[in-house]
Design a protein around this ligand. Structure first.
Ligand code: ST9
Ligand code: ZN
Ligand code: ZN
Length: 386
């Protein structure tokens, strides 16, 4: 079964291996950063922002001209192979795999996705709700299946992303284009500003969570077991699936698919969509991304109110599977202190900085009251039917 995990070992060991002197290719890249890195967002309810300008900063970073992108060719090779493997997996789905194997891959996508959305994102990175230890245990297992690095490292990058959004300190700065924010940032060394500014991010809450600390300590063992070995063994053992199908569908295809759905939040949801809450920032409301990323595509709202456990205003379950998951666990008492934003606060923000596309306060919306309609001032009325 060692063969099932070999291509991925480099990723967990990367930080360690890198410390040994290995030759780096230094290439000037087109994905050059272009803006400063002063804080642009808050992380939790009540956190104070040092300074917040209404406009996205335009000034060029003094260092940006000297900054060279260092491509990590090993990552390029691995991610390319993984994507080719995923295409082969997709072919196998339609040609030789058992239906159960495909359904199992979908289940793993759902579980590992929740490990990212309800775990690493809404619980650990943003503290938008609290979870009792059994739920934290479930989430850390799901999170390890997802292999997006240890939750504490994920949360560190994500906190930097929110605090210095679209600047050099943002690990996946969307100002550097779709490709960079999608996957390019994992194919090269981080901008020094990410590390500089990241040092100021408080992670003490996560360091003191024994479940998060355990995952970090034993990641090198837990991750290959949960993400690669068990998902390949289960179909072979329980329904006699072939090794090739069991490896390329629930492992490679499922992993690559889940990664891409996650990356779309950084790329598509930072580039395409409406901005009903704040037109001055890049993150946008993207329904398609929300569907596949379990409610994480309502990104304009999320960057304005990152402490809302729904990561959206309304939290409709069909486009926010994660909210349904958290609500279920709140119902049985394992999730608690769910934070949300009052309608008044949302409304005042929409009116102040929104781009005018807010659905709820649009004319004729189902939630618009008769009172509001009655008192509205309508000028230049036409007698013709619209
Ligand atoms: C993956 C992550 O795919 C995806 C995250 C996506 C986030 C999306 C967020 C959107 C919202 C949520 C939506 C969820 C939707 C889910 C939908 C699900 C259906 N602060 O990182 P290193 C320092 S992972 C402070 O190696 P390099 C620190 O000292 C895929 N300090 O930087 C660190 O040492 P240590 C699997 C920082 O050398 C040292 O620098 N994993 C910070 O520039 C070195 O850190 C991979 O493929 C910071 N923020 O290398 C691994 N960062 O860690 C790929 C770093 O010991 N990664 N430091 O403390 C790598 O190979 C490398 O990280 C690299 C950069 C080459 C990219
Ligand atoms: Zn974002
Ligand atoms: Zn976030």
């Amino acid at each position: 079964m060692k063969a099932a995990v070999w291509p991925f070992f480099h990723l967990i060991n990367d930080s360690t291996l890198r410390k040994s002197a290995h030759k780096q290719d230094r290439l000037q890249s087109k994905m050059a950063p272009n803006i400063t890195s002063s804080p642009t967002g808050v992380l939790f309810e009540g956190e104070k922002l040092e300074e917040k300008s209404a406009e996205v900063p335009k000034e060029k970073d003094k260092n940006s001209d000297n900054y060279e992108v260092k491509i990590v060719w090993k990552n390029v090779l691995i991610f390319t192979s993984l994507h080719l493997g995923a295409i082969y997996g997709l072919y196998l789905v339609f040609t030789s795999a058992k239906l159960l194997t495909t359904l199992f891959a979908v289940l793993l996508y759902k579980c590992s996705g929740i490990g990212i959305t309800a775990g690493a994102h809404r619980l650990w990175a943003h503290r938008s709700y609290k979870a009792k230890w059994p739920l934290r245990l479930i989430l850390i297992i799901f999170n390890t299946i997802a292999f997006q690095d240890a939750a504490i490292d994920w949360a560190r990058d994500h906190r930097v992303h929110h605090k210095y959004s679209e600047t050099n300190a943002d690990p996946h700065n969307a100002k550097r284009g779709f490709f960079f924010s999608h996957v390019g940032w994992l194919l090269c060394r981080k901008h020094p500003e990410v590390k500089n500014k990241g040092k100021g991010i408080d992670l003490s809450d996560l360091q003191s969570d024994p479940i998060v600390a355990f995952q970090k300590k034993y990641y090198i063992v837990l991750m290959p077991l949960l993400c690669f070995i068990l998902p390949a063994c289960i179909p072979m053992y329980f329904w006699n699936e072939s090794f090739v199908n069991a490896y390329f569908i629930p492992v490679v295809l499922r992993y690559v698919f889940t990664l891409n759905m996650t990356w779309l939040v950084n790329s598509a949801a930072h580039l395409f969509g409406n901005k009903p809450y704040d037109r001055t920032i890049n993150p946008s409301e993207n329904k398609g991304v929300s569907l596949f990323a379990f409610g994480e595509g309502w990104h304009n709202y999320h960057h304005v109110f990152p402490w809302d456990y729904k990561t959206s205003e309304l939290g409709t379950y069909s486009y926010n599977f994660t909210t349904a998951f958290i609500d279920f666990f709140a119902w049985i008492g394992w999730a608690y202190d769910l934070k949300s934003v009052s309608q008044d606060m949302v409304k005042s923000r929409v009116l102040k900085t929104g781009d005018g596309t807010h659905e709820v306060w649009g004319w004729g919306d189902k939630d618009q009251t008769q009172e509001e309609k009655k008192h509205a001032v309508v000028t230049h009325t036409s007698t013709k039917d619209q």
